[in-house]
Design a protein around this ligand. Structure first.
Ligand code: SF4
Length: 351
């Protein structure tokens, strides 16, 4: 029977899940993903974590707890550095320790440490160690790693074609399933990715919305529809076209770094700021909505910086929404409605 690896659908899941899944499946493991966030998961997270944690960390604990009796290992990586100019926030760095000390009755954790600042081969070395725990040798680990990196590249391409993570993951799942059946090589799907990309952009542009919004924040705030009370769906219903930081290619975001008076210490925070600078530069948005987590240290900085930048650069309207487990759907809808109405009026239009 295949080894079952549990992956919590939270935090870095939105950035890396296709890569992680590919790696484990290539080694013959079965990947078990926790369900979408729901009330029970949030409650379990609150019960299992320290009280002053931010909502994404509480939610992560709940997802781990939901996997407890379903898998042989839970994958809880210690992600320290994805780029060389910043680390992730301290809670990411301490995540395996927090989980070990807080969530009872869980199977052993797989906790590789990923830090690109340890050298360009550091990630592959970390993955090879993981493979060893699963009983796989060097060659198969290396093959699985290479394929997983390719899948991650395709995933990022799909995101920059303005797909949301769920849509991109679904497409990749279909393709990888067809690869298994028809023994195609991964490179064969690249053209399919390209055509999906073209049609996705077409769809985004043909919506013809008159409000263009940047919805920024950390991926686990923007794309977890339970935590943000269905914010993206609500905005789409209001006819807004939406841009998120992940829709800007990594290189393009990096090119905006020179505009930062000072880099922030935290990876995701830098990505948010740089994406917003790009949206301003290209005059792509009429308003900015920032989703911030209550009790998030980095956000205390990012939120103020964004507010000032919106005023300074183009007097672009800015809405900051602070979310926690008590946030109510009605309150969010009311504020979004007021914000989008104001944008429509500013442009001299009618809803
Ligand atoms: S960056 Fe903020 S929201 Fe994200 S895990 Fe750290 S403290 Fe929580």
């Amino acid at each position: 029977m295949a080894i079952r690896i549990g992956i919590p659908r939270a935090l870095a899941y939105y950035s890396f899940y296709p890569q992680w899944k590919t790696f484990f499946e290539e080694l013959g493991a079965e990947v078990v993903l926790s369900p979408p966030t729901n009330k029970h998961i949030v409650n379990e997270g609150i019960r299992n974590t320290v009280t002053d944690a931010c909502i994404p960390i509480k939610v992560y604990h709940g997802h781990v707890a939901s996997l407890a009796d379903k898998v042989d290992y839970v994958f809880v990586p210690r992600i320290v550095g994805i780029t060389r100019d910043a680390t992730l926030c301290p809670k990411f760095l301490g995540l395996p320790d927090m989980i070990k000390s807080s969530v009872r009755g869980i199977p052993p954790l797989l906790t590789p440490r990923f830090d690109i600042r340890d050298g360009r081969f550091a990630p592959v070395k970390a993955w090879i160690k993981v493979a060893r725990v699963l009983g796989a040798g060097y060659r198969s680990a290396l093959q699985a790693y290479r394929k997983s990196v390719k899948v991650r590249q395709y995933y990022e391409e799909l995101l920059t074609s303005r797909m949301l993570p769920d849509e991109a993951m679904l497409l990749l799942d279909r393709w990888t399933a067809s690869l298994k059946g028809e023994k195609q090589r991964l490179s064969d799907v690249k053209s399919s990715v390209a055509s999906a990309r073209a049609s996705s952009v077409d769809t985004a542009e043909s919506q013809g919305s008159n409000i263009r919004l940047a919805v920024v924040g950390y991926p686990y705030m923007i794309y977890d529809g339970f935590v943000n009370c269905g914010l993206l769906d609500t905005l789409k219903r209001f006819g807004a076209s939406i841009l998120t930081p992940e829709m800007v290619p990594a290189k393009v975001r990096q090119a905006q770094a020179a505009k930062q008076p000072k880099y922030l210490f935290w990876h995701y925070s830098n990505q948010v700021i740089r994406a917003v600078y790009y949206f301003f530069q290209e005059n792509m948005v009429d308003g900015v909505i920032h989703l911030t987590a209550f009790a998030c240290g980095p956000d205390a900085m990012v939120d103020k910086l964004l507010e000032l930048d919106c005023q300074k650069h183009s007097r672009i309207p800015y809405l900051s929404l602070c979310l926690d487990e008590h946030t109510g759907r009605a309150g969010i809808i009311t504020r979004l409605e007021a914000f989008t109405d104001m944008l429509v009026r500013k442009r001299g239009g009618k809803r």
